[in-house]
Design a protein around this ligand. Structure first.
Ligand code: DUR
Ligand code: ZN
Length: 132
């Protein structure tokens, strides 16, 4: 599985985005260690805050299927710069992904930026912070 194949999956699933409010479609694809790909698109709601981002749809699909080991993720939107994930998604990434894991952020013009989870959210709140 190459970076470009993962990006292709994110581009494909982006077409399924349900975005009647923002009209801003996002796609995500997450590769597991076992070689499976979980995809996600953003899904909005008339009660706006209930909406879910593409990244979290992909991550929660994988977690709910019992996946625990992840290799890399791709996120795509029709932005000028590579799409930056929101803070909530960064926090969820830091919960389930290794700090060193790569996330490929891209747009429809092939401007891709690859960042590590730790770079997306440094000094993130972790479950170990609740242990004394
Ligand atoms: O990285 C991002 C940024 C935004 N959105 C969604 C949330 C909302 O549906 C729309 C506008 O914020 O885009 C994502 O899915 N991922
Ligand atoms: Zn988000």
């Amino acid at each position: 599985m190459s970076k470009n194949e993962l990006i292709e999956k994110a581009i494909e699933i982006r077409e399924r985005a349900y975005v009647p409010y923002s009209n801003f479609s996002v796609g995500a694809a997450l590769l597991t260690k076992s070689g499976k790909i979980y995809t996600g698109c953003n899904i909005e709601n008339a009660a706006y805050p209930v909406s879910l981002c593409a990244e979290r749809v992909a991550i929660f699909k994988a977690i709910s299927e019992g996946e625990t080991e992840f290799v890399e993720m791709a996120v795509v939107a029709d932005t000028e710069r590579p799409v930056p994930p929101c803070g909530s998604c960064r926090q969820v990434m830091s919960e389930f992904f290794a700090g060193e894991m790569k996330v490929h952020l891209t747009n429809l013009h092939d401007n891709t930026m690859t960042v590590k989870v730790d770079e997306l959210l440094p000094f993130s709140f972790q479950k170990t912070d609740m242990e004394k």
